[in-house]
Design a protein around this ligand. Structure first.
Ligand SMILES: [Zn+2]
Ligand SMILES: [Zn+2]
Length: 374
């Protein structure tokens, strides 16, 4: 059974699709969990439609964990019963970055993304994939693995900023001294992954979000040793947001997807500080900024803005190490981030879950076989 979003109607429908047998170089994977995020909601509500040429539909789902059930020849290194997480982006076969396994830096723009851009995703009972696009997960971590894709985004954000900082200031040479104080703007799944990342790497951090002081997001931030500041959601006035944050930071990770927020964050950078933008604000809107003041401040303080999208397999591998440490140090606290679970058939209800205590909504596709209980 697969879930297909048609281009001609809003919403999805359940369909049965017959898969051909596995070909050499492929493995067949039984889907266990699929996580939902804003991208999926945009695909379902019709605001994000990137179908391949000649098609008017896509199978959504890009955050998943599954179990290998069949192997084609030439798939050494991966075994039947292995838990696996697929990466999302597939390279263009034209540019040097894609050829070197850095499709996250594809320079032609002709890449595809499973479940998002032109290529079917994982909201189905079984899918096929090549081992080079899979990360094998230790069995005891399979329930954590639905967070591997969002954690890979945070890993890339941090790596990009840390590499830049180490080049500019060589005395900042280790993961834990490269940044002293981080601001996480937006505490949804990505923001909370960043909070765990900072906790594991012993970097002080503050989280801001519109969720209330008593929300799950606020509690998670505080229990990881961070400060939480609830910022008010104001009418979009076409100006940078007015943030009630007094401190300044040498790393800011923006995960709110709001241009008024992003431009307000420029004022919160310390000298030599770096702002990493991860959110996509979507529809076109005008914004008036104090341009001269921001330019002056940016130049005088050696500030840097980095935009970061997607993540490659090396980020997934590093993110897996982070999840391993989280499971050792935080166990169930982390799994509380799965706030809602639904069987696959209830995908429409799952997509409608909202409110400040929603973090990760997971579709339970099928039970894992022979897995250690989490
Ligand atoms: Zn996502
Ligand atoms: Zn490319």
């Amino acid at each position: 059974m697969a879930l297909v979003v048609e281009g001609t109607r809003i919403g999805g429908e359940l369909r049965s699709t017959l898969l051909s047998d596995v070909m050499p170089g492929e493995v067949l994977i039984r889907t266990i969990f699929v996580g939902l995020c804003t991208t999926d909601r945009e695909i379902f509500n019709g605001t994000l439609r990137r179908f391949s040429a000649g098609k008017n539909h896509i199978l959504p789902g890009h955050e998943t964990v599954g179990q290998v059930v069949r192997k084609g020849c030439g798939t050494d290194g991966i075994n039947i019963g292995d838990f696996v997480v697929p990466t999302v982006r597939r390279g263009c076969d034209e540019c040097v970055n894609c050829a070197e396994g850095r499709s996250d830096f594809c320079s032609t723009g002709k890449f595809t993304e499973r479940g998002i851009i032109k290529e079917d995703g994982f909201m189905c009972s079984y899918f096929k994939e090549e081992p080079k696009n899979l990360v094998v997960i230790p069995a005891e971590l399979y329930e954590y693995a639905v967070f591997l894709e969002p954690m890979s985004i945070v890993q890339k954000a941090f790596s990009e900023a840390a590499n830049a900082q180490k080049n500019r200031i060589p005395t900042r040479d280790t993961e834990s001294n490269v940044f002293k104080k981080c601001l996480i703007a937006g505490c949804g799944t990505i923001g909370l992954m960043a909070a765990y990342y900072m906790n594991i790497n012993k970097i002080a951090f503050t989280g801001i979000d519109t969720a209330s002081e008593g929300s799950l997001k606020a509690k998670q931030i505080r229990s990881l040793g961070g400060e939480y500041i609830a910022v008010q959601q104001r009418e979009d006035s076409g100006k940078p947001a007015n943030l009630n944050v007094n401190e300044k930071f040498d790393l800011i990770i923006e995960a709110g997807g709001s241009a008024p927020l992003s431009f307000a964050l420029l004022d919160k950078l310390l000298p030599n500080g770096i702002l990493v933008l991860l959110g996509l604000p979507g529809e076109e809107k005008e914004l008036t900024i104090p341009g001269n003041r921001l330019c002056n401040s940016f130049v005088m303080n050696n500030n840097m803005i980095i935009g970061a999208v997607n993540a490659n397999r090396s980020h997934f591998m590093k993110a897996l190490e982070v999840l391993q440490k989280i499971s050792e140090q935080h166990g169930n606290l982390f799994l509380n981030l799965i706030t809602h679970r639904f069987p696959f058939q209830q995908f429409e209800t799952a997509l409608k879950v909202s409110g400040e205590n929603r973090v990760k909504v997971v579709l339970e596709m099928q039970k894992a076989k022979g897995a250690a209980p989490c």
